[in-house]
Design a binder for this molecule. Structure first.
Ligand SMILES: Cc1cc2nc3c(=O)[nH]c(=O)nc-3n(C[C@H](O)[C@H](O)[C@H](O)COP(=O)(O)OP(=O)(O)OC[C@H]3O[C@@H](n4cnc5c(N)ncnc54)[C@H](O)[C@@H]3O)c2cc1C
Length: 438
């Protein structure tokens, strides 16, 4: 067994992307105004010129880069001068793909949902030929009573899957049809919504393990976390009623033509790139070029009357200030909270309330022969991976079969597995990982 990476990171709580604009931004000549504060440690900044930037994007994680790419291409007429500033010396934020010794692994996110906006961003970034999509027919497993049980991937699997009892399946079926207690009239949590609509077994065996990667279903709002499912009950009186209504409405509405450049994923799957997720931020960075300022850490924001904002940075050249008409913040919400406090106490208070659960990503490699034969399909470890409900006594939240999901993740004869540990229900993992690393 070879252990490759143990990484802790503040996890996937919703990213803060706050746009702030002055009340009436005055038109200013194109170009960026950039000045250097006086003092012995200060040198000439890299960007110079006159006028206000149209927009400064703070943070070059995937949110900041996608906003900047959209502004620099599709909305060029609205914001010709865009600058992206990033505290670290690299782009990508949480996205960390590592390639070494014939392995390719992810220390942050592992994949994305191949929705049309996501595919558009990949194609616009020149990565169409580098896209890789998982096999939609590969099974997903849930550990229940000591056995890994496949999750149904289509409605016709439902009567045969053994993850739930007959009573549990009937409860889920009647509930989905609307034979269940009515909505309580307040904003329900994920756990409350699912137990009421679909019963305890669906919650404990299907929803909780899919949800616990970062969040706690007994604290997350159903409307905020799974708005599309929540809406079904609102519009159709039940989950099935809402599904039919949505399909009817979709069929009635004229179909917008799909961008012919986009690949069509077959079925429910996840995507990545040939050399890992990091290809996307790197490709956008390459396209944006000198618009991206690395190692620029935002220290403060002040409003300049009605003319925009003055941003002060710590940079390798010393303290630098940038003036801009608008700012897009894509940094973690607790960092944004501190920076925005002088401008809006209400915004700072709201942003300080987001909880980022800690998650450790652990990648392990084994020789193929180390996998138990009953786990093999046609001699291979096939599938997306496995999830472990909290009730099953396994601390690891779940494990992705990275080398089965995407090509070229491990040398011939080896398998690569990515496990996540921690999450909102196990924040103590941080101290354990520190002990392990030391
Ligand atoms: C372990 C793990 C697994 C995940 N798995 C998945 C997955 O499989 N699929 C999925 O879709 N999502 C997943 N996520 C969530 C996903 O990674 C995040 O939603 C996404 O990366 C957030 O991107 P972002 O650009 O909003 O923020 P970040 O990636 O946090 O980027 C913010 C950037 O702001 C910079 N910054 C901070 N302070 C300053 C400052 N003062 N000045 C300038 N810059 C600053 C940071 O250095 C950083 O680069 C996972 C997350 C984790 C941690």
């Amino acid at each position: 067994m070879a252990a490759f990476a143990t990484a802790t990171s503040a996890a996937a709580a919703s990213a803060s992307a706050a746009v702030i604009r002055p009340p009436r931004a005055a038109r200013a000549p194109a170009g960026i105004r950039c000045s250097v504060a006086e003092g012995p440690a200060v040198s000439q900044p890299r960007a110079a010129g006159g006028g206000l930037a149209d927009c400064v994007v703070v943070g070059a994680g995937i949110s900041g880069l996608c906003v900047a790419q959209a502004l620099a291409t599709r909305h060029r007429d609205r914001a010709p001068d865009v600058v992206v500033t990033e505290a670290r010396d690299r782009v990508g934020g949480n996205i960390t793909s590592v390639e070494r010794d014939g392995y390719l692994w992810e220390e942050g996110p592992n994949s994305f949902q191949p929705s049309d906006p996501m595919l558009t961003m990949a194609v616009d970034s020149g990565l169409k030929d580098d896209l890789v999509l998982g096999d939609p027919n590969a099974p997903r497993f849930v550990l229940w009573n000591g056995k890994l049980r496949p999750v149904p991937s289509k409605p016709t699997d439902l009567p045969f899957f053994d993850l739930m009892s007959v009573g549990g399946k009937l409860r889920a079926g009647f509930g989905a049809l609307g034979i269940r207690p009515p909505p309580p009239g307040y904003e329900e949590l994920v756990e409350e919504f699912v137990r009421r609509n679909l019963g305890d077994e669906v919650f404990e065996r299907l929803i909780e393990p899919f949800c616990v990667y970062a969040g706690d279903p007994s604290k997350l709002s159903m409307k905020a976390a799974f708005g599309r499912v929540w809406k079904l009950e609102q519009i159709g009186g039940s989950i099935i009623g809402g599904t039919f209504k949505t399909i009817q409405e979709k069929n009635k509405a004229p179909k917008a033509p799909r961008d012919p450049r986009l690949p069509k994923p077959k079925g429910q799957t996840v995507g990545s790139f040939r050399k890992g997720l990091t290809m996307l931020p790197n490709a956008i960075y390459e396209r944006l070029g000198s618009k991206v300022k690395l190692s620029w850490k935002l220290l403060s924001i002040t409003r300049m009357d009605d003319r925009g904002y003055n941003l002060t940075y710590e940079t390798p050249e010393g303290v630098v200030s940038l003036q801009t008409k608008s700012v897009v913040m894509t940094i973690p919400s607790h960092v944004a909270s501190g920076l925005l406090r002088p401008l809006s106490t209400a915004a700072a208070d709201a942003l300080s309330k987001f909880y980022y659960p800690p998650v450790a990503a652990v990648t392990l490699s084994y020789p193929k022969e180390a996998i138990r034969s009953e786990r093999l399909i046609d001699g291979e470890l096939k599938g997306f991976g496995q999830l472990h409900p909290r009730s099953q006594g396994v601390e690891t939240l779940g494990c992705l079969y990275s080398s089965s999901l995407f090509p070229n993740r491990a040398p011939e004869g080896r398998v690569l597995l990515l496990s996540y540990i921690g999450g909102a229900t196990n924040p103590g993992i941080v101290s354990k990982v520190r002990d392990l690393c030391s």
